[in-house]
Design a protein around this ligand. Structure first.
Ligand code: E4P
Length: 218
């Protein structure tokens, strides 16, 4: 399973990359606004800075919602760096835009997926990734992980090449459940990735080993 980090914060991306387990980055307009970039030039420069840190995919979301505008914006985003994946919302014009980008060999990530039918449609249009939002479904008392399972099964049934990118991941259990279900990618906050390391018995065991190692000193 690939690990993406879900942030536009350069320090967090550098920290995750330094761990040696990072496969890519996802951003969205909220995450970009959070780091304070304003205006097209600054936004594009920020995406370039992210691409310069990581080895692989960087999802950059279009801000427009009409077909023509999404094509123009997506092509501009894709021109920033070969690592850019154009992130497109799950709307009618978005499906058409995904089909267009697919025919041009430009990678896409269909975002705001909340049903298996939406994922099926995006895969039919040739999306590189679909992003089911687990945490936001859990927030409305709907099992987000069931959606991941349904999409994985449907894609397996028909051999779709579209990858399941579990998004809106909130904690380590989400990550482990995604891995068990066969999601291709989980995009996670840095905190959730780092929490995978934690276990009190590891801390206790290491403290004991350090104490015993001191006994061997001359
Ligand atoms: C990433 O592609 C999504 O935009 C992101 O995971 C959404 O996460 P949130 O529900 O925590 O905002």
């Amino acid at each position: 399973m690939k690990f993406f980090i879900d942030t536009a914060n350069l320090d967090e991306i550098k920290e995750a990359h330094a761990l040696g387990v990072l496969d890519g980055v996802t951003t969205n307009p909220s995450l970009m606004a959070k780091v304070g970039v304003k205006g097209k030039e600054a936004v594009h420069a920020h995406y370039k800075a992210i691409c310069d840190i990581v080895d692989s995919d960087v999802s950059a979301e279009v801000l427009s919602t009409t077909y023509e505008e999404m094509i123009k914006e997506g092509e501009e985003l894709a021109a920033i760096d070969s690592k850019i994946v154009v992130k497109i919302p799950m709307i009618e014009d978005g499906i058409k835009a995904i089909k267009y980008f697919s025919s041009k060999g430009i990678d896409t990530n269909c975002t705001l997926i909340f049903s298996a039918g939406q994922a099926l449609l995006a895969a039919k249009a040739g999306a590189t990734y679909v992003s089911p939002f687990i945490g936001r479904l859990d927030d409305v008392s709907t099992d987000g992980m069931q959606l991941v399972e349904d999409i994985v099964n449907i894609f397996e049934n028909y051999g779709f090449g579209t990858q399941v990118l579990a998004a809106s991941v909130r904690h380590p259990i989400h990550i482990m459940q995604c891995a068990e279900l066969g999601a291709d990618v989980a995009t996670c906050p840095l905190k959730a990735i780092k929490m995978l390391m934690n276990h009190p018995l590891t801390d206790k065991g290491l403290a004991q080993f350090i104490a015993d190692a001191k006994k061997m000193e001359e």
